[in-house]
Design a protein around this ligand. Structure first.
Ligand code: NAD
Ligand code: ZN
Length: 364
């Protein structure tokens, strides 16, 4: 499958399919990746072990000059010190303005390598080769960043890739918990945009969890399409792009309070999406919004109940640090039906508190 992210001059294709790594050489060439300048693959330790040699050898046989750099797996690699180290490797490997950086990995590698590409010599080309399900989200849209000890994703840029190459075979090695967490964002893309796709996820949850190639290819295609459609209409997050944050206001607060080891991002936003659905019903949406949201998320194996030991006050404080909070009301992305959401700028924080409490009692 193939789709295009429409961004005028910066438009780029997303290829999704089985065995695409084998075609990397010809696809790179087709999309203007230079063979004259050296190319650098950035990946992490887990992905390097499984897929790096494969990509290196395909690109080398196609005539590219390939170097690679490996960072430790995990969020802590999205740091200024890794940015500095990778920039050093790029310089030593002779990367020039015509060079390309290839991000082989999940969202961590994509964000980090993308930011290296955005900043090296004021910006060189890059290619996304996502290897997690979650990365269908992070590899589309051009947001790249590293973290600062005081805030996540705070040092970043908008830098669009030349192409995205999504080889479904790489996903076969993904740990089950990461599969489920990635599906959370897939379901989110349905919930904000496409009721039919939500129904499809509901019916095909089993196939998705089994990493059935056809089902996975379709789901990632739909997820990427929604993200691409939203980003095309609002590349720089002026308004519409905010709907991608469904479940994230509560979700980010949970990640901050629980710590990133207890809850994966996808797990936290699953609970957040159930919260938004409960909120929606309180604000007048049909009961079905809550029932369907919860059913689909449970079917893809995600948690629906907020861990009871997390302190409600702390969660509320974490949410209020979010710039979206103002004098007793908060900005929330709220579903109005399955497949559509609105940006509600005056949700009472007292009501949100009530929802957080209810989420701790949620039947599983
Ligand atoms: P990740 O990159 O850390 O990958 C999760 C884990 O899976 C890691 O341990 C990784 O080594 C391992 N892994 C990756 N591919 C594998 C494979 N094929 N086989 C076996 N193991 C594999 O995390 P993620 O969930 O992909 O991404 C999370 C990051 O994405 C966060 O930093 C988040 O901020 C970012 N993000 C960015 C955007 C954006 O728009 N730029 C959007 C959403 C999330
Ligand atoms: Zn997210």
């Amino acid at each position: 499958r193939e789709l295009t992210v429409e961004l005028g001059e910066r438009s780029y294709p997303i290829y999704i399919g089985e065995g695409l790594l084998d075609k990397a050489g010809e696809l790179f060439e087709r999309h203007g990746i230079s063979k004259k300048s050296p190319l650098m693959i950035i990946t992490d330790t887990h992905v390097a072990e499984r897929h790096l040699a494969h990509l290196e050898s395909v690109l080398q046989s196609a005539g590219f000059t390939v170097g690679s750099a490996i960072v430790p797996a995990g969020e802590t690699s999205k740091s200024l010190s890794e940015l500095g180290r990778l920039t050093g490797i790029a310089l030593e490997s002779g990367l020039d303005r015509k060079s390309t950086i290839v991000a082989l990995g999940g969202g961590v590698v994509g964000d980090l390598a993308g930011f290296v590409a955005a900043s090296y010599m004021r910006g060189i080309k890059f290619v996304q080769v996502p290897t997690t399900i979650l990365a269908h989200d992070s590899s589309v849209g051009g947001k790249v960043a590293v973290n600062h000890p005081l805030a996540k994703n705070i040092i970043g840029a908008f830098h669009q890739p030349e192409l995205v190459l999504y080889d479904l075979l790489t996903l076969q090695t993904l740990p089950e918990r990461q599969v489920k967490a990635g599906l959370s964002e897939v379901v989110k893309h349905g919930l904000i945009w496409d009721a039919e796709f939500v129904a499809w996820c509901d019916e095909n949850a089993g196939k998705l969890l089994a990493l059935d190639s056809d089902a996975l290819g379709y789901a990632l295609y739909k997820g990427c399409s929604v993200k691409a459609a939203v980003v095309s209409k609002d590349e720089r997050e002026n308004d519409l792009r905010a709907i991608l944050n469904l479940g994230h206001t509560i979700g980010h607060a949970l990640e901050a309070v629980a710590g990133y080891n207890e809850l994966l991002h996808g797990e936290a936003i699953a609970i957040g999406m159930i919260g938004s659905a409960k909120l929606a019903v309180q604000l007048g949406a049909p009961e079905e919004v809550y029932q369907v949201t919860k059913r689909v998320l449970s079917r893809v194996g995600l948690p629906v109940r907020l861990p009871e030991h997390l302190d409600t006050d702390e969660i509320m404080r974490a949410m209020m640090h979010d710039k979206k909070f103002q004098e007793g009301t908060m900005v929330f992305i709220v579903p109005t039906a399955i497949g559509t959401v609105e940006i509600n700028k005056s949700v009472s924080s007292a009501l949100v508190r009530e929802i957080v409490e209810q989420l701790k009692q949620e039947a599983v």
